[in-house]
Design a protein around this ligand. Structure first.
Ligand code: F6R
Length: 606
C-alpha cells in the first residue's frame, strides 16, 4: 500500500527520501511526492505515476533541505492525480499519511466552518489542516499532532513537518506500521525498514498508539497516554538481500527462480534428517503445543490459499481439526472457538489490515502463532509465537516465493503438532525426507520454463480460463487462477473439479482453456472423469501431471510433464509451473508484471 519516508539530518535529505521512495515503490505507485523545509518554507514536488516521474521532475527543479518527508500513494480517497498526491500541506505544515481516516467528512466540515479551504479529495488534507489548527494554539508540532490523532477514527501512520519547527519530524501510528531509523547525528522514519536500509540498520518499531518526535539529536517516543517511553533499538543483522532484479527482467521472475534456495532457508536449522526440531518455534512453543486440540487459520489472498492447503494436511496427517477463513470475513462475524484452539495467521507482510484485525479481535484462543515473512512486523510482534518463512524481501506484487515458503513452514507446524496427535514417527520421517528433496525438485521444475513459455501462447488471446484440481490440489488451482488474473488481467476461476457439472461446465467451449492440476494421487481417477466431461464439450485441456498420471497429448489436450514427486510436497511443486505460466502470459499481453494495475503489495487498509 502507500509508503512513507522521512528524515532529519545535517545534510540535504532530498536524495535520501527519493531513494527511500524507490525502495517502497512496490507497495503503492499511482503517484508520489516529497516535501522538504527550504529557506523557512515548505518546498513541495509531486508527480503522477512511478517514482521515476517524480525524480525527473525533481531533477529539473530540485529542492534542498535537512528535514523532509516523502510518500508513494495508492489511491483510496480521490483518483490518482497531482492534487491528491501526498504530501498535503496547510500553510507551514506538510503531512504524509498511510491508512484511512474514517470520520474525515465530519472533520472536513468542522475545518471548513473554521475557514480552511480544501483543494484535494483526500482524507489526508483534513489531517494537515487539523494539525495546523491545533498548532496555532500551542505552537508545538508534537502537541498539535497528539491533539489531532485524538480526533481520528480509523487507521493511520503519519509523518509531519513544519517550517515553523524546522529541525523536527513528528510521526504517529495506529493500525498502520511505522519505524524510526536510528542514524549517527541523523534520524529517519519510514513505513517499512526496507526504505532506510541504505542509511541505517538500527530501528525502533513503534507500537500501537505511539507518537515520536525525531530530530538529528534525539528520538523521543510517547505512548498512547502521552507518557514518555523507551522502545528497544533493534539492530537488523540479516544480510540485506539486494532489492534489484539481478539478471532477471522482472522481480517476479527473480523471485520464482529464488524458490529452490529460499525453500532451503525455510528448512535450515528446523529439521534434522528425520524430524522437525521444535526449538524453531521458540522457547514457549512446547508448553502451548502440548495443549493444542484444534487449529483456526486466518489469512487473505495467496496466504489464504496456503492456509487452505494446510487444512488438508492438519486433518489428514495429524488428525487435528482445522478451520480456515479469509480474515476480512472472520473479523466481522460471531465465532465459536473450540477449547484449546491455536489461532494461526499466515501473512507475507505481517501488516495486512484484515489479518491483523482478526488477531486483535481474537478471543478464547489457547494462543496465537503467525507464519510470516517480515521480521518485526505487527503480526510477528503481536502473536505469542512466530515461525518466519525466511523467503527474503518479496517485491513483485504477485506473491510467489512467499507462498511456497509458507507451505513449508505450515508443514513444519503440522508435523510438530501432529506427532502429539495421530502422526507416527514413520510418517514424520517420510514427510521430512520429502521436504529435504524439495529444493532440488524445484530446480528441475524451473528448467521447464521454455516449455511453459510455449504453452502460454494458447492463453494470451483468451478472456477467460478455468483451473481445476481435487483435494489438496484444489487450493493450488485457486492460487494458479489468482496469479493469472492478477498479472495478465485474464478472468480466471478455480473449481474443485467435482463441482464442474454443478454449474461451471456450462462455460466450457473451444474458447475456454482449462488447466488441470493432476499429480498421481488418490483422486486422480475422479479428476480424469471430470476432465472427460470437459473434453466432451470441446474444451481445451492443459494438464500439469507426472508420468504416472497417464495423460497423453492429443488435439485438445496438452500435457506438461513434471517429475514424480512425493504427494506431501506436490502442492508446492505444482505451484511453480502455474506461476511461470501466468508470468509468460502477462509478458505476451504486455502488462506491468511487477506492479499490476489497481494492486498493492501490502494491504494495510481494510
Ligand atoms: C496475491 C497476493 C495477495 C496477498 C494478500 C495477503 O499474489 O500477494 O493476495 O497474498 O494481500 O497479503 P499478506 O500475505 O502480506 O498478508
Amino acid at each position: 500500500m502507500c509508503g512513507i519516508v522521512g528524515a532529519a539530518a545535517q545534510r540535504n535529505v532530498s536524495k535520501i527520501l527519493l531513494e527511500g521512495l524507490k525502495r517502497l515503490e512496490y507497495r503503492g505507485y499511482d503517484s508520489a511526492g516529497l516535501a522538504v523545509i527550504e529557506e523557512q518554507a515548505i518546498g513541495l514536488r509531486k508527480a503522477v505515476g512511478k517514482v521515476s516521474e517524480l525524480v525527473n521532475k525533481f531533477d529539473q527543479d530540485p529542492i534542498k533541505g535537512i528535514v523532509g518527508i516523502a510518500h508513494t500513494r495508492w489511491a483510496t480517497h480521490g483518483a490518482p492525480s497531482e492534487i491528491n498526491a501526498h504530501p498535503h500541506s496547510s500553510d507551514h505544515i506538510a503531512v504524509v499519511h498511510n491508512g484511512i481516516i474514517e470520520n474525515h467528512e465530519e472533520l472536513r466540515q468542522q475545518l471548513k466552518d473554521k475557514g480552511y479551504d480544501f483543494v484535494s479529495e483526500t482524507d489526508t488534507e483534513v489531517v494537515a489542516h487539523l494539525i495546523h489548527s491545533f498548532f496555532i494554539e500551542s505552537g508545538c508540532l508534537k502537541t498539535a499532532l497528539r491533539q489531532a490523532v485524538g480526533s481520528f477514527d480509523g487507521a493511520y501512520a503519519l509523518g509531519v513537518i513544519s517550517a515553523q519547527q524546522p529541525d523536527t519530524v513528528v510521526c504517529a501510528r495506529s493500525g498502520s506500521p511505522l519505524v524510526v531509523g536510528v542514524g549517527i547525528d541523523e534520524n529517519f522514519i519510514a513505513s517499512d525498514q526496507l526504505a532506510l536500509r541504505q542509511v541505517t540498520d538500527r530501528f525502533i518499531f513503534l507500537e500501537e498508539g505511539d507518537l515520536a518526535e525525531v530530530t538529528t539529536e534525539a528520538i523521543r517516543i510517547f505512548d498512547q497516554q502521552g507518557e514518555s517511553v523507551e522502545r528497544p533499538v533493534v539492530q537488523l543483522t540479516d544480510v540485506e538481500e539486494s532489492a534489484d532484479k539481478g539478471e532477471y527482467r522482472h522481480y517476479m521472475l527473480k523471485e520464482i527462480h529464488e524458490q529452490p534456495r529460499v525453500l532451503g532457508n525455510t528448512l535450515q536449522g528446523r529439521v534434522s534428517k528425520h524430524s522437525v526440531l521444535e526449538e524453531a518455534f521458540g522457547a514457549e512453543a512446547k508448553a502451548i503445543f502440548d495443549q493444542v486440540e484444534a487449529i483456526q487459520i486466518l489469512a487473505c489472498g495467496t496466504s489464504y490459499h496456503a492456509g487452505m492447503i494446510a487444512k488438508y494436511w492438519f486433518e489428514d496427517w495429524a488428525g487435528i481439526p482445522c478451520a480456515v477463513e479469509v480474515a476480512s470475513e472472520y473479523r466481522y462475524r460471531k465465532t465459536v472457538v473450540r477449547p484449546n484452539t491455536l489461532f494461526v495467521s499466515v501473512s507475507q507482510s505481517g501488516e495486512t489490515a484484515d489479518t491483523l484485525a482478526a488477531l486483535r479481535g481474537s478471543e478464547g484462543y489457547l494462543a496465537s502463532l503467525t507464519v510470516c515473512n517480515v521480521a518485526n512486523s505487527s503480526l510477528v510482534r503481536e502473536s505469542d509465537l512466530c515461525l518466519m518463512t525466511l523467503a527474503g524481501p518479496e517485491i513483485g506484487v504477485a506473491s510467489t516465493k512467499a507462498f511456497t515458503t509458507q507451505l513449508v513452514a505450515l508443514q513444519l507446524l503440522v508435523i510438530a503438532l501432529g506427532r502429539r496427535a495421530k502422526m507416527t514417527p514413520e510418517k514424520e520421517t517420510e514427510l521430512v525426507q520429502a521436504l529435504h528433496a524439495l529444493p532440488e525438485l524445484c530446480e528441475k521444475v524451473l528448467k521447464l520454463d521454455a516449455e511453459i513459455q510455449q504453452l502460454s501462447e494458447a492463453f494470451s488471446e483468451k478472456h477467460h480460463a478455468l483451473f481445476l484440481g481435487r483435494g489438496v490440489e484444489y487450493p493450488v488451482a485457486k492460487e494458479g487462477a489468482l496469479k493469472l488474473k492478477e498479472i495478465s488481467y485474464i478472468h480466471a476461476e478455480a473449481y474443485p473439479a467435482g463441482e464442474l457439472k454443478h454449474g461451471p461446465l456450462a462455460l466450457v467451449d473451444s474458447d475456454m482453456p482449462v488447466v488441470a492440476v493432476a499429480p498421481n494421487d488418490q483422486l486422480l481417477e475422479k479428476l480424469k472423469s471430470n476432465l472427460e466431461e470437459v473434453q466432451a464439450r470441446g474444451g481445451k485441456l492443459f494438464v500439469f501431471a507426472d508420468e504416472q498420471s497417464g495423460f497423453a497429448n492429443d488435439d485438445n489436450t496438452t500435457v506438461l510433464l513434471l517429475p514424480d514427486v512425493p504427494g506431501s510436497i506436490a502442492p508446492i511443486i505444482y505451484t511453480l509451473p502455474l506461476q511461470l505460466l501466468s508470468y509468460h502470459v502477462a509478458i505476451l499481453k504486455g502488462t506491468d508484471v511487477d506492479q499490476p494495475r489497481n494492486l498493492a503489495k501490502s494491504v494495510t487498509v481494510e
